[in-house]
Ligand binder design. Structure first.
Ligand code: ASP
Length: 446
């Protein structure tokens, strides 16, 4: 029998009706034996996440104020779920203890973590599964980073002792044995850590969307979902601004060779997006996997005749950037020009000094900085094997009247990056989407 680790986000566990869906999902596949819950999230647009209520309680306690009212809201949420589902668990004594500890100054991490802790207790009782407290199996080091080596050893041992278990997300244990949380949204990270420690076959991340979309829905109307994306492609897409899983939630499963499946708790019949490996050769319907990008980059153009023959020229340009504390994003270069793309705000207050320093170090013919550039990455592992990809891309931009100011075909050959004026950004994204998706013949071109 295989093992799937299923992580459910806050909206998937926001109330009793959502708990029922979660139970149905878990019981419909016997491989789903480990579950990582978030704290109850928002039930509607104006609702407050339980985690935020806990932070509020902590804030009030730290200010010496009464937390009865704020804590009452938390208590009502959990009791509501327990009552509606007929879960018989001693919630009151646990809530009392948590409230007491927050009042005694247990701190923000402890308070915030109780959202997941209490939800985990409820879910374990509802499912009749074991409860594993991550404070006993997920560890942080002295610098506050995840101690992945220790966690892997201890947690895998603990997990091996349980057939079916609930491991709350979002927190673990610091070097002093105290509760420490990940950054906000950190239950995704816990899910990946548990999947790695269990040596799972799949890490399922259940949320309220049916996976990743091929483009930003704020720019393209109803973009198609991505069925299959590789970890490398995902890295390119998220680097360029697509909002997917946090890097820290990708890393543990990626190194362990475990695929991730993003699924929708409210539409479990939909397959969602699988994030996996190149070797698996899943094909998508279209030649590209997705489009991502964002605005507000600047190009630094350094020109010098015979630059290519001058040893160390590139290093000196980058040295000037390094001295100014500016990291660069891309470096598409020509024969006599070197072009460095940086985030526009990184240049703030440093432009003149930087230009001066490049002159000092490199004696170029000219240095120019152009701001207001948007970068768009068209990503697809299939692109490299197919003819006419760039022609299709540039044709689409030309037809849309977009002037391309920069081209960079990533050396990974997974993507083509174009730089356009900030004002052309949305038009360009829509033109690329139209050319590769809407006007694409569904037959595979590679
Ligand atoms: N409950 C935590 C938060 O709201 C962690 C999570 O949901 O992943 O940030």
């Amino acid at each position: 029998m295989g093992i799937k680790v299923a992580k459910f986000g806050g909206s998937s566990l926001a109330d009793a009706a959502q708990f029922k869906k979660v139970k149905d999902i878990l019981l419909s596949d016997p491989d789903r034996r480990l579950v990582v819950p978030s704290a109850p999230g928002k039930r509607n647009a104006t609702d407050i996440k339980v985690t935020d209520l806990f932070y509020e309680c902590n804030r009030l306690a730290a200010a010496g104020q009464n937390i009865d009212e704020a804590f009452g809201k938390i208590s009502t949420r959990y009791h509501g779920i327990a009552q509606e589902l007929g879960i018989t668990v001693d919630l009151d004594s646990r809530l009392d203890e948590v409230k007491k500890n927050i009042g005694l100054g247990a701190g923000a991490d402890y308070a915030a973590s109780r959202g997941e802790y209490l939800n985990g207790i409820l879910l374990a009782a509802y499912l009749g599964w074991d409860f594993i407290d991550p404070q006993t199996g997920i560890f942080f080091d002295e610098d506050g980073h995840l101690d992945s080596a220790k966690t892997q050893v201890v947690l895998s041992k603990i997990l091996a002792e349980h057939d079916h278990a609930v491991v709350p997300g979002f927190y673990g244990c610091d070097v002093n044995g105290k509760v420490k949380t990940f950054s906000r949204g950190g239950s995704d990270i816990t899910g990946a850590i548990v999947a790695r420690a269990a040596n799972a076959d799949m890490y399922e991340n259940w949320t309220d969307v049916s996976g990743c979309l091929m483009a930003d829905p704020r720019i393209v109307r109803d973009p198609k979902p991505i069925r299959y994306v590789t970890y490398r492609e995902l890295r390119e897409l998220s680097y360029m601004g697509a909002s997917v899983l946090h890097e820290d939630a990708i890393f543990p499963v990626r190194i362990a060779g475990i695929p991730t499946n993003i699924r929708n708790t409210n539409k479990p019949e939909e397959p969602g997006t699988i994030i996996g490996y190149e070797a698996e050769e899943h094909e998508n319907e279209h030649m590209i996997t997705g489009i991502a990008g964002h605005k507000d980059f600047a190009i630094i153009n350094v020109e010098k005749a015979m630059m290519n023959a001058e040893l160390g020229f590139g290093r000196r340009v980058l040295q000037a950037l390094e001295e100014a504390g500016i990291s660069f994003e891309h470096m598409p270069s020509g024969i006599d020009t070197m072009c460095v793309v940086v985030a526009q705000d990184a240049l703030e207050g440093k432009k003149d000094r930087l230009v001066h320093r490049i002159h000092e170090l490199c004696a170029p013919d000219s240095v120019e900085i152009h701001s207001g550039l948007a970068l768009i990455a068209t990503v697809g592992r299939g692109m490299v094997r197919s003819k006419g990809t760039s022609a299709r891309l540039f044709n689409a931009l030309m037809k849309a009247g977009v002037n391309v100011r920069l081209i960079d075909q990533g050396s990974s050959e997974l993507n083509i990056i174009v730089g356009v004026d900030n004002l052309d950004f949305e038009v360009a994204v829509r033109a690329i989407y139209r050319a590769f998706v809407l006007e694409d013949t569904p037959a595979k071109t590679y």
